[in-house]
Write a protein that binds this ligand. Structure first.
Ligand code: ADP
Ligand code: MG
Length: 249
C-alpha cells in the first residue's frame, strides 16, 4: 500500500466574492506525481499557496503526513516536510550553486540538526546539499555562479534548493515555464528520478510533460475540480476535452 503524504479536503479560498479555490479535495501518495492542470485563472497557484501555508484557507483542511497542518505558517509546514518552489525565483545570482543550496538548506530548517555537535552538523548539512545537487542534475555546476548558468539550470537549482530542505512532498508551480524542448526533457527526467523518494504535486501547462509524468491528474476550471483520475481517464473525459484539453492538446 503506498503511503499517503498530503491530503486536501474541501479546500475553499475566497477573495471577496470570488471563490478562487472552491471545495477542492485531492490526495498525494509517495512515489507519485499528481498534476493539477487547468486554464489560466483556474485557481492552481492559489491551491498551492493553501497547501504550503502561504495563504490560509477560508474553509477546508490540509493534512501532511499524519498531521492536520491547516492554518500553519509556511515555515512550520516546511519543517513538517513540504518543500515548494515559487514561480518567482529566490536564487541569489551572485552566489554559487553550492552556496545557494547551502543557504536554502539552513534558512528553511534551522532547527533540523540542533542536537548534533557543530562538526557532525556540518557533515550532515553538506551531505544533504551534495545529494540535492546530484538529484537535480547540477553536479557539474556545483561551483558555478548562479547568474552564469542557463535558464533551465536555474530552474534545476530551484529544485535543488527545495530538495535541500529534505521534504517528503515537493510542490512545484510550473517548473518547465520558459524552457525549450531539450531543457524540458531534462526536467521531466529529473522529476521522474525525484519521485522515487517523494510525492510531487505539479502545476504545469506543458501537456506533453504532464502526460509523461503524472500518475494522477486533477483538472480545475474556475476554482472547481471538473475531473480527477489517471492520465488515461482524463484524456478520455469529454468534459475535460471541451473545457480545456481540446484547445491545447
Ligand atoms: P492559476 O494559477 O490557475 O492561473 P490563480 O490561482 O493564480 O490561477 O488565480 C485564480 C483566481 O483568483 C484568478 O481569478 C485570480 O485573479 C484570483 N486571485 C488570485 N490571487 C488573488 C488575490 N491575492 N486577491 C484576489 N484575487 C486573486
Ligand atoms: Mg498560476
Amino acid at each position: 500500500m503506498p503511503e499517503l503524504l498530503l491530503t486536501a479536503r474541501n479546500l475553499t479560498k475566497r477573495f471577496g466574492g470570488l471563490a478562487a479555490v472552491n471545495d477542492v479535495s485531492l490526495d498525494l501518495w509517495r512515489n507519485h506525481i499528481h498534476a493539477v492542470i487547468g486554464p489560466n485563472g483556474a485557481g492552481k497557484s492559489t491551491l498551492t499557496n493553501l497547501l504550503s501555508g502561504d495563504l490560509p484557507p477560508t474553509s477546508g483542511s490540509v493534512t501532511l503526513g499524519q498531521r492536520d497542518v491547516t492554518g500553519w505558517s509556511p515555515e512550520k509546514i516546511s519543517a513538517q516536510g513540504l518543500g515548494r518552489s515559487y514561480q518567482k525565483t529566490n536564487i541569489f545570482l551572485p552566489f554559487s550553486v553550492w552556496e545557494n543550496v547551502r543557504l536554502a538548506s539552513q534558512s528553511r530548517q534551522p532547527q533540523a540538526f540542533r542536537w548534533l555537535t557543530p562538526a557532525t552538523h556540518l557533515i550532515a548539512v553538506n551531505a544533504r546539499c551534495e545529494r540535492a545537487i546530484e538529484l537535480s542534475g547540477l553536479k557539474h555546476r556545483k561551483n558555478s555562479i548562479a547568474g552564469t548558468i542557463s535558464h533551465g539550470e536555474q530552474r534545476q537549482l530551484e529544485i535543488a534548493m527545495t530538495l535541500a530542505t529534505e521534504p517528503q512532498v515537493l510542490l512545484l508551480d510550473e517548473p518547465l515555464a520558459g524552457m525549450g524542448t531539450v531543457e524540458a526533457e531534462r526536467m521531466v527526467a529529473l522529476l521522474l528520478g525525484i519521485k522515487k523518494d517523494h510525492g510531487i504535486l505539479l502545476v504545469e501547462h506543458d501537456m506533453d510533460a504532464v502526460f509523461a509524468l503524472a500518475d494522477q491528474l486533477t483538472v480545475m476550471v474556475n476554482g472547481q475540480v471538473i475531473a480527477s483520475g489517471t492520465p488515461v481517464e482524463i484524456r478520455a473525459d469529454a468534459g475535460v476535452q471541451a473545457a480545456y484539453l481540446g484547445e491545447e492538446h
